[in-house]
Design a protein around this ligand. Structure first.
Ligand code: ADP
Ligand code: MG
Length: 306
């Protein structure tokens, strides 16, 4: 057991066409955590993941996986990590069972140590074990990719945008599995461009943008830095003049809803709702809006609160 599952030092990647995808990245990911790598499309997330997986060659820098330097101990560092890639690259002629077996073979897992049935069960494909991959739905293929990442019992599991474009059922199934694996001791790294998802799943988050780590913090601390929040209210009937505390901004939305943006450091949602009631507003529905990733970048990179 090492303290850090992953240690990335001064990592840079410039692709052959001259595009720099990573620029001197330093990042340590604690063993045992669920770690979120958050950033917009093109930020460099997949490049980092693919370097960890050994699928993309770095231009410079150092990568240690489970204590093993990728250049010094390539075999051990590769054995310590399993990656569920962003792209659906599944061989259409293999059944799920065969695909898992082939993958285990590639990683040199002896037949006696293979847990194919257990993995099929985990990813919910036991009843599709003998079906041809080309007959599997998109969601099933994604689950199979998760299974393939697990065949060699890696200490570190990396999921690259596992829920982009998947339905709610699959998303929940993935999260249940990820939590289960983490409870069993596996370190999990996931990339996403949804702040909400990172917030729900991750102990710690690094935000990456234009190939650089903009911020890295515990999830709770990061969200605490974001002061602005919005409540969207539906009122039974229009109230001409709402008297509200603090620097609350009001905005009229469609369908007669009104959006109140406030600072959590100045006023609570409860105080706000009480003030609306005192002004004669009868609230029939409330939703809240969290700052999105765009706000996070703006606030963190400009040094101001969102
Ligand atoms: P993310 O996963 O965060 O969306 P990527 O790592 O895929 O970001 O891409 C980072 C940048 O590198 C983007 O500008 C992308 O266009 C570029 N890029 C990614 N893969 C390649 C490649 N094989 N060749 C050239 N440029 C690439
Ligand atoms: Mg990507």
């Amino acid at each position: 057991m090492t303290d850090n599952a992953i240690e990335i030092t001064n990592l840079s990647k410039t692709y052959a066409d001259g595009k720099t995808a990573l620029n001197s990245v330093d990042l340590a990911i604690p063993a045992g955590s669920i770690f979120g790598l958050l950033g917009p499309n093109g930020a460099g997330k997949s490049t980092m993941i693919n370097i960890l997986a050994g699928l993309v060659n770095k231009t410079s820098g150092q990568v240690r996986i489970w204590g093993f330097d990728q250049d010094v101990n390539p075999r051990q560092s590769r054995a310590a990590i399993g990656v569920m890639p962003q792209e659906l690259n599944i061989d259409p002629f293999f059944t799920p069972r065969a695909a898992l077996d082939v993958q285990a073979g590639l990683y040199g897992v002896p037949k006696s140590a293979r847990r194919t049935d257990e993995i099929l069960e985990l990813i919910g494909l036991s009843d599709k074990a003998e079906a041809y991959a080309r007959t599997l739905s998109g969601g099933m293929r994604r689950r199979l990719l998760l299974g393939k990442a697990l065949v060699h019992h890696p200490q570190v599991l990396v999921l690259d945008e596992p829920t982009a474009g998947v339905d709610i059922e699959l998303r929940q199934m993935l999260w249940t599995n990820v939590r289960k694996l983490n409870e069993q001791g596996m370190t999990i790294i996931l990339t996403t461009h949804y702040l909400e998802e990172a917030e729900a799943m991750c102990d710690e988050i690094a935000i990456i943008n234009h190939g650089e780590v903009v911020v890295r913090d515990r999830t709770s601390a990061l969200l605490g830095r974001l002061d602005a929040k919005t409540l969207v209210l539906r009122l039974e009937n229009p109230v001409p003049a709402l008297v509200l505390p603090g620097n609350v901004t009001q905005e009229q939305r469609r369908d007669g809803q009104i959006a109140l943006t406030y600072r959590r450091s100045q006023v609570s949602a409860g105080q706000l709702l009480a003030a609306v009631a005192q002004s004669g507003g009868v609230v029939t529905d409330v939703t809240s809006e969290e700052p999105d990733l765009e706000d996070v970048f703006l606030s963190l990179t400009s040094g101001k609160a969102a």
